[in-house]
Design a protein around this ligand. Sequence first.
Ligand SMILES: CC(C)(COP(=O)(O)OP(=O)(O)OC[C@H]1O[C@@H](n2cnc3c(N)ncnc32)[C@H](O)[C@@H]1OP(=O)(O)O)[C@@H](O)C(=O)NCCC(=O)NCCS
Length: 177
Amino acid sequence: MLSTERLVIRPFQESDHKDLYEYLSLEETYQYEPGKPISLEEARKIASERAKGTDFWAVTLKDGSQKLIGHLSFIQTEPKSFLTWEIGFIFNPAFQNNGFATEASRALIAHAFAEMDSHRVVGFCATENVASWRVLEKCGMKREGLLRKNAFFQRDKNGRPYWLDSYEYAILAEDLI
Ligand SMILES: CC(C)(COP(=O)(O)OP(=O)(O)OC[C@H]1O[C@@H](n2cnc3c(N)ncnc32)[C@H](O)[C@@H]1OP(=O)(O)O)[C@@H](O)C(=O)NCCC(=O)NCCS
């Protein structure tokens, strides 16, 4: 469990499903993310699966509400000996633009370097997704690459993929020293 000025970042619990549903049920969440709006029952399954693993972190308010306002994914890439993790984030629109994704991501990256023997953390986002790459930059990550039309999350009315360019960002443990 990690604590910052305004947040507690902790493992998922089954009871997180209602707060998770609040933002994973919205069309706007999937503009630059795979998937589509989910039902409350699906949110229940997702919260329960995440509670069993270590790839997802619940981001909750430190105030009395303890509300889950978003989550981070933090997944070790292959080969494991490269000691590299990929970070991702999705936040409830009602709580966006308050610096919460940045505050949570910074804490998790610092924890990975201090406690998980992590050597490198990477993040990918669509070049159009300014909010996402702003968060990565505010965490001290460097833009290392441009991937041309490597992903799509929407199709046009004829079913053709709407291809997006992506940026790759990364930070090394030694960058924080
Ligand atoms: C990306 C996301 C997690 C950011 O969460 P957040 O809590 O709002 O992030 P922060 O408040 O820490 O920082 C957001 C930054 O983006 C900026 N921003 C937000 N929307 C923007 C826009 N449309 N154009 C330009 N800048 C924008 C904010 O001003 C802020 O930057 P600043 O501090 O320099 O002003 C959130 O927008 C989200 O959940 N989006 C939907 C899911 C998604 O796309 N996830 C990432 C996939 S790679």
